[in-house]
Design a protein around this ligand. Structure first.
Ligand code: NDP
Length: 259
């Protein structure tokens, strides 16, 4: 249980990493304000949190719509009186080779993964600056640091999330903290948005080594729990690289977390 309960907003809380983070932070005693488009899923999550004595509210949210995100943050301020932490987590990953020319899917990734994060910053930063305190946590990806075939546009959006986070961190005096978490392959519904048959099959194999979403929730909880003025834009967490036949498994290697 945190000695310093905070009001935490999470975008994309209806499944995967966002949902696991909501459960973990509620368990730590934080007040949650949860957003996504599938409100039935959010309602079930709020009920689950309240059942174990936690505090959570929800609001329908499309992060691609700047006005929606402004309302989301305004509703959280109205409900809890402020915003301590904004977690820009919502994301989509319809992978495909560039030659497949899936322009609509490229635009959707740009709208959700880049514009969604910028909308979150635009809505939450003035509220935080007015109080000279706050923490913005952006969920990027290991795809923010390396590019694989079929992931050119997805990685481009995540490179952008990393760049935006690093720029924001350097622009703020230290009163506003900035963290970017870069998950590796993690159990979630993310690959379900892949319409390209080959990319979907390749991703199914790749995701066989996924770590649980709760591991990323732990990394986010760690970042939130650090003292004031602590910032990080280099937190990568994911499964260890595949082993060769010559190495013995190391039980401490379950999850790699670099801060
Ligand atoms: P999920 O698909 O399980 O979750 C994605 C979440 O984003 C859902 O809650 C979804 O809610 C929400 N979302 C999608 N589009 C919108 C939108 N327009 N407006 C609001 N919410 C939206 O995947 P993950 O949990 O894996 O993804 C979370 C983040 O983690 C993403 O940014 C992803 O890129 C990143 N990531 C994940 C990795 C993984 O291996 N799982 C690896 C690296 C990074 P709804 O559909 O209800 O709106």
């Amino acid at each position: 249980m945190s000695k310093n309960p905070k009001t935490v907003l999470i975008t994309g809380a209806s499944s995967g990493i966002g949902e696991a983070t909501a459960l973990r932070l509620a368990d730590d005693g934080h007040r949650l304000f949860l957003g996504a488009r599938r409100t039935k899923r959010l309602e079930a999550l709020v009920e689950q949190i309240e059942t174990f004595g936690g505090t959570a509210s929800l609001c329908r949210l499309d992060v691609a719509d700047a006005e929606d995100v402004r309302c989301f943050v305004a509703n959280a301020v109205h409900t809890y009186g402020g915003v301590d932490v904004m977690i820009n987590n919502a994301g989509v990953m319809p992978l495909s080779a560039l030659a497949e020319d899936k322009v609509d899917e490229w635009n959707r990734m740009i709208d959700v993964n880049i514009r969604g994060v910028l909308h979150g910053i635009s809505a939450a930063l003035p509220v935080m600056r007015a109080r000279s305190s706050g923490h913005i946590v952006n969920v990027a990806s290991i795809g923010a640091h390396e590019v694989e075939p079929t992931a050119a546009v997805y990685s481009a959006t995540k490179f952008a999330v990393w760049a935006i986070s690093e720029g924001l961190r350097k622009e703020q005096s230290g009163d506003i903290r900035v963290s970017v978490i870069s998950p590796g392959v993690t159990e979630s519904e993310l690959a379900e948005s892949i319409s390209d048959t080959q990319a979907r099959a390749a991703m199914r194999e790749y995701r066989a080594r996924a770590i649980p979403a709760s591991a990323i929730a732990d990394a986010i909880a760690f970042a939130i729990g650090q003292p004031p003025r602590w910032t990080s834009t280099r937190s990568s967490c994911g499964p260890p690289p595949p082993r060769t036949n010559h190495t013995q498994p190391d039980p401490s290697d379950e999850t790699a977390l670099v801060v």
